[in-house]
Design a protein around this ligand. Structure first.
Ligand SMILES: [Zn+2]
Ligand SMILES: [Zn+2]
Length: 332
């Protein structure tokens, strides 16, 4: 049996691009070191910051919250989590259970936003009423609610669970379609827009998808293995993923090179044009007069629900003692 290159204990994995075997403990440490390094190198978070994680109950956000909770004391940031109950049948019930158990075991305060209760409709209902594909409605809702929670809780950043594989594939896809503005959003972090949008960070920037999965598995973190019943595996992305995996196979470390080079050149890509506005109804970031969340809910449900979402999160935040925010200004 192979031995850990660090301690000589039984190895659980071989890191091809480093030609190293690692045991369970050193594997966990290896992933957490990557997260710590990415946070510092790309200035994602510092002492006293409040980081919000949108916890879906799936593999990526589970690894994200697990790894962030492991490094939070070293760096000195605070974690809060939000879980959106999408109302997608049994899948959402199980997701909520996984999210609850995880947040509790890692001692991270969790705000749950049950869509049915807060806006009066689930994702399947909203998709049907707005005559749009469930995945596109769902993506928009998740982005909106997560940003609303970050603004209400005065978070300094929203942490996203994208790993190196995701970013390599998105990058390649955007390059092939010459969507250079899309590439400009694939860096390790984006900036905040005061009181309207909270900046995003990607702490798993240097972590491979396989590593993310094995990390959660080895730590025994509870996550849902099932995929959403609405999952749409876009053909082009599936093919590009195969290509990137093939390149990695031939030249170990390719994915890591792709994302670190992307991070170096990210500023050279054009940012999306058009002014940044605030939604007339809810006050959060929008590309037009009324944001797409308020527009969609107005059309489908007869009422723009942005203000109700903000109000709900604010109330929960107060109940959990997260609002008003007390900044940790202690030094040392
Ligand atoms: Zn070891
Ligand atoms: Zn709005």
């Amino acid at each position: 049996m192979a031995k850990c290159s660090v301690c000589g204990g039984p190895a659980v994995a071989f890191i091809r691009y480093q030609k190293r075997y690692l045991c369970r403990d050193h594997y966990i440490q290896f992933v957490e070191d990557k997260v710590r390094r990415a946070i510092k190198r790309y200035k994602m978070a510092g002492k006293g910051d409040r980081i919000l994680v949108a916890l879906s109950g799936g593999k990526d956000s589970t690894t994200l919250l697990g790894a962030l909770s492991a490094v939070r004391d070293d760096i000195g940031f605070e974690l809060v989590a939000v879980h959106i109950d999408l109302g997608i049948f049994d899948y959402s019930v199980k997701s909520r259970e996984a999210a609850r158990r995880l947040a509790q075991s890692l001692d991270v305060p969790l705000i749950e936003v049950p869509l049915k209760e807060v806006i009066g409709a689930t994702i399947p209902e909203l998709a049907k009423k707005s005559r749009r594909p469930a995945c596109s409605v769902c993506g928009m809702i998740k982005r909106y609610v997560t940003n609303a929670a970050a603004v209400e809780l005065e978070a300094d950043a929203v942490a996203l669970g994208h790993n190196a594989d995701d970013l390599a594939v998105y990058n390649l896809k955007s390059f092939l379609t010459q969507d250079l503005e899309a590439i400009s959003k694939l860096g390790p972090r984006t900036d905040s827009v005061e009181e309207a949008a909270v900046g995003r960070i990607r702490p798993l920037y240097l972590v491979y998808e396989k590593e993310s999965f094995l990390y959660s598995f080895l730590r025994g973190l509870p996550f849902l293995h099932e995929e959403c019943p609405f999952v749409d595996n876009r053909q082009m992305e599936v093919r590009l993923k195969e290509v990137v995996n093939q390149l990695e196979e031939e030249r170990p470390g390719t994915k890591l090179q792709m994302v670190t080079k992307l991070a170096l050149r990210i500023k050279d890509y054009p940012k999306p044009r058009g002014e940044i506005r605030r939604c007339r109804v809810c006050g959060l970031i929008s590309s037009s007069e009324v944001c797409s969340f308020c527009r969609t809910t107005e059309r489908a449900l007869g009422k723009a629900m942005g203000p109700a979402v903000r109000e709900y999160i604010r109330r929960k935040g107060v109940e959990l003692g997260l609002i008003p925010r007390v900044k940790n200004t202690a030094t040392g």
